[in-house]
Structure formats: C-alpha cells, structure tokens
Design a protein around this ligand. Structure first.
Ligand code: GDP
Ligand code: MN
Length: 379
C-alpha cells in the first residue's frame, strides 16, 4: 500500500525528520489562500498522487504570487500522471536548495535484510544515476538484530558529509527514518530529495512510503490512509468473485481455468506477437454467472480489444462450459471478438455447440492464440 507525500511527511514530522511547511489543497482558491498563509515570496505547488515522477510530468511548480499558486493548482488538479487523476495538491514553502540527496530504506531480498541506499546525486534523475553510474549509490545492509545504532548511522552519514554538525544531523535523520520504517511495517521509505539548504540545515522536501499489505492488520493508523487506485479496486472485485487477476498493459483479455494454463496462455500470446491484457484464473467450474463476472472484470479494462477463453474441461465437461458461455453471452451486450479453445472431456460436443455462433472456435491453443492476435489486427 502506498501513501501520498503529505501523509509520509506527517509521519516524518512525528519521527523528528525535518520537513518544510505545507498546506493540503483540493481547490485552486485554497491554494492561493495557502500561499498567503505561508507568507513567503516563493512557494511550490505539488501534485499529490500515488506515483513518482511528478516533477517530470509537470506536477511540481514554483510560484511567487497568490494568482500563480491558484493558476498552477488549477492546471495540476486537472492532470493525469501515469494514468492517475490528481485530486489534491500541496502548497509548500519553497526551499533554497544547495544540494539534493537520495536516501531510502527498503527490504532487500538478496541479503534478506533492510537495506539503506544513499546517493549524493539525488533529485529527479535518480533512476538515470542508478542505471548509468550505480557506483554513485551507496548500499548498506542493516543487521536486523543490531538495527541502526548511533555509531553506524554516523558512519553512513560520513558518506555525505565531513562537517560534524551535518554528520550528526544526517545520522539523526537516518536513525529516525529507520525507526519509522520498522515501526510501521514499511517496505520502502524514501526521501528524494533530502536537501541541504543555504543555511546548512537538512530538510526532506519529498517523501514516499510503501507498506507491507500483509502487516496492515496490525497497522490501523496506516490502514486508515488506504486510497485504492482503479487497478486495486478492480483487483478487489476479482478477489471477491474468487478469481485470481493481475492487470497488464496488452490488448488480449484472457479468461482461463487454472493458474498454470493461464500462465501458458500468456506465454503463447507473446509467442504469437501479441500482448496479454491480464492474467485471469477463474478457477474450477465455468457456470454462466462466473463467465459473466469474468467478462465484466475483463471489460473494465478499456485496452481489451479481444477476449481469449482457454478452458480445460476436466470434471466440468466442455459441453457444459459451452452451454454456460452461450448463456452468459446472451446476457452480455457487446460485440468484442471472442476466441474460444475448449479441451478435455466432451470437447467435440462443446465445440460443436459453439460453431456458427458469435464465438470463434479454435482447435488448439496455438490456433486460438493466433486467431486472437489476428483479430486484433483486423480491428
Ligand atoms: P517528484 O518529481 O515526484 O519526485 O517530486 P519532488 O517533490 O521530488 O520534486 C521534484 C523536484 O522539484 C525536486 O527534485 C527539486 O529539484 C524541485 N523542488 C521541489 N521543491 C522545491 C523547492 O522548495 N525549492 C526548489 N528550488 N526546488 C524544489
Ligand atoms: Mn522526488
């Protein structure tokens, strides 16, 4: 689970990690009032959305008047950043930045421990730094039994600073951030950038936190902050219906029984030059209601241009599945191409029932996939 920057900063403040002043706004008028309230010449209007890269998407703007604050807030509040609509912004005191650093704690599966990552090249290009010059990112494993005592924190802080005042400040921030990470069952806490200002103090001007969903039951304060994205809502619907569903970026919606067959279907789609829109295991039987629920789920994704149904009839016989499909599609109003491949018990009977209907019937998995990819190009 992710939270917004302003929520991460509330946690930071509670843990004595210094942040700048900011005001949360949902309306341009609130943004101009916030500018006035902060009482500084310069302020920053920032999109609050559950993804990074806001700066590069135009979601972070420096402003120097009430009118500008309101104008930029209006523009940002209408934006989509990586498909997510922006419904909130913060207006924060602008900071005179001397340098930008990157600091994060995350779970590292390789070392089976928490890892501290730090870089003196923080800021919006940290992904580039990680790719092109990984040596500029320091990585320190934290022993779970020892945690992060002051002497360790100070040792890490020396990676950035030599002046003792700054080393101590940095060490304090590292310890506090680590405690926050552990206390809240986070899987990531990130400050990017942590900045040194012109008066020498350190300030977290961006914050990101992700939490371990499996620990939310014991983190009521965190759970309260959950805001489900559209994708998460869809995944919730799938869980409710007893499906296992993962959304992807392709155009071929898959409806399959069995996780292994579902994986294979996705591989086959790739092999034939297509892209799956999802993983979907509908489980055992193929009752009409189940097919309707699965189609409802698939069609929530506007990218789906064709549906590929791949069913292995074991205990559930293929002719029953076919009857179920016909029944279900009589009730569903849409003309999206649907390719069906049935195999297993009574497959001949099943396929015969479907021939001459709206379904495109395939004999083999290869043929089914090819037909699905081809009908994509016909549209
Ligand atoms: P992100 O793009 O989603 O990571 O958003 P950030 O909050 O990290 O902001 C992106 C960049 O905007 C930062 O790396 C800074 O360079 C710049 N920025 C943000 N706040 C301030 C500020 O108060 N003063 C100045 N000068 N730059 C800022
Ligand atoms: Mn950032």
């Amino acid at each position: 689970m992710k939270i917004h920057e302003y929520q991460a900063k509330e946690f930071f403040s509670t843990y004595n990690i210094p942040v700048e002043k900011y005001v949360l706004c949902k309306h341009p008028d609130e943004a101009s009032a916030a500018y006035r309230q902060l009482g500084r010449a310069k302020a920053v209007v920032k999109a609050q959305v559950l993804t990074g890269g806001r700066g590069k998407a135009g979601g972070v703007k420096l402003v120097s008047s009430e009118a500008e604050a309101s104008w930029h807030a209006q523009a940002i509040l209408g934006m989509l950043i990586k498909r997510l609509p922006v419904t909130k912004v913060i207006v924060s005191e602008a900071v005179a930045i001397v340098s930008e650093y990157y600091v994060s704690f995350a779970i590292d599966r390789n070392t089976r421990s928490v890892i501290l990552m730090m870089s003196v090249e923080g800021g919006m290009d940290i992904e580039e730094v990680a790719k092109l010059s990984p040596e500029k990112i320091h990585r320190f494993s934290i022993d779970p039994l020892v945690g992060l005592p002051a002497y360790q924190a100070r040792r890490f802080a020396f990676a950035f600073f030599t002046q003792m005042g700054q080393v101590d400040q940095m060490a304090g921030i590292l310890q506090n951030l680590y405690n926050l990470f552990i206390d809240k069952d986070a899987s990531l806490v990130e400050i990017n950038p942590l900045v040194r200002t012109d008066n020498g103090s350190l300030l977290a001007i961006d914050g990101k936190m992700t939490f371990d969903d499996n620990a939310l039951y014991r983190q009521p304060q965190v759970s309260l902050l959950a805001e489900l994205t559209e994708d998460e809502q869809t995944e919730g619907y799938a869980r409710e219906k007893g499906f296992s569903y993962v959304r992807m970026d392709g155009e071929i919606g898959c409806m399959v029984n069995g996780a292994g067959l579902a994986m294979t279907t996705m591989d086959m789609i790739k092999l034939y030059g297509g892209n799956p829109a999802n993983f979907l295991d509908i489980g055992g039987s193929s009752k009409p209601q189940k097919v309707i629920d699965a189609m409802t789920l698939l069609l929530k994704d506007p990218n789906v241009k064709v549906v590929l149904i791949n069913i292995f009839g074991g205990i559930t016989r293929c002719d029953d599945v076919a009857t179920g499909l016909l029944d279900a599609f009589n009730r569903i109003q849409n003309d999206i191409p649907v390719v069906v491949r049935l195999t297993g018990t009574n497959e001949k009977e099943g396929c015969n029932l479907l021939r001459g209907t709206r379904f495109k019937v395939a004999e083999s998995m290869g043929e089914a996939t090819r037909m699905a990819v081809e009908s994509l190009h016909q549209h």
